[in-house]
Design a protein around this ligand. Sequence first.
Ligand SMILES: [Mn+2]
Length: 341
Amino acid sequence: MNSTKLEKLRKLAEKIDFNDSRLNQHYREMEETSANIKPYAGYSTLLRAPQHTSLKELEIALIGVPFDFGVTNRPGARFGPQQIREVSSMAEGPMHHESKIIPSQLCRFGDYGDVNFESTYNLDQGIEEIEAYYHKVIDAGVIPISAGGDHSITYPILKAVGRENSVGLIHIDAHADTGGPFNGSKFHHGGPFRNAALAGVLDPERTIQIGIRGRAEPHWDFSYDSGMRVVHIEEFYQMGLEKVIEEARQVVGDGPTYISFDVDGIDPAFTPGTGTPEVGGLTPREVQQLIRGMRGLNLVGGDVVEVAPPYDPSGNTALVAATMMWEILCVIADSVANKSN
Ligand SMILES: [Mn+2]
């Protein structure tokens, strides 16, 4: 290499600061606090967020819901939040690489811990306890982003989130989850969005369900009858990602909107650790793009559900879930910042 070029390269390597000054600020602040713990040391938290025991300082609370009494088949999602915490340590850095969003500089968020269930044997009581817990979160004016838990948790969460104004919904899943009572209960994980619509907290006409497939299809009549937009996996690929994003934004409009992501929406090649896997699903890339496409909407909460670690010794299902939780955090942090401006 000629010596001028080499000289220039060596000069470049002397640079200490990042080009983006927000990052310099972030790492300076980290050095000044105790936040600079190595990723493999200390306590695991959701998205490596600071632990918080009070809602007072928070605008967004990351919450675990270790609950799987609502499954129609394989249990295990009660272990989801803890494994999502564990794999969260693999993600380093404060900034979303594409949107350049730095959530910690837009709003105050933290790991608020888990719903601490009093009863560990009773589905109906569990649903009530989740609702009571989230009313406190909403009372404090805090936006919840939750890690499940099976999908039955989303009904009591929406009861709190949608109590003043019914919400619109971006729902990514293999199953529409609008089924009626099944095996003696209406609170199972195949029915949260029927329950939420019937409770008046979810607007079916502002609901879009993406990635739907599989032999449970006959159970989803309520979606069609109530006016939900159902995008089957076949139609997703016919329309293409951009058109689906466009339509999702039209469906939910500018009213309050919730994002619910079931890991079984993704193909079990990527997320086998889940109770009811359905072959032939979305890729993690596509779900990332979908969530990024929701930037600028009026977002009031989100969840990532159905991670069941016992069926995935690799832990990759939880890593995918943590990654989508990060994507959701970024678009919600942006939404919070836009509202306070
Ligand atoms: Mn589901």
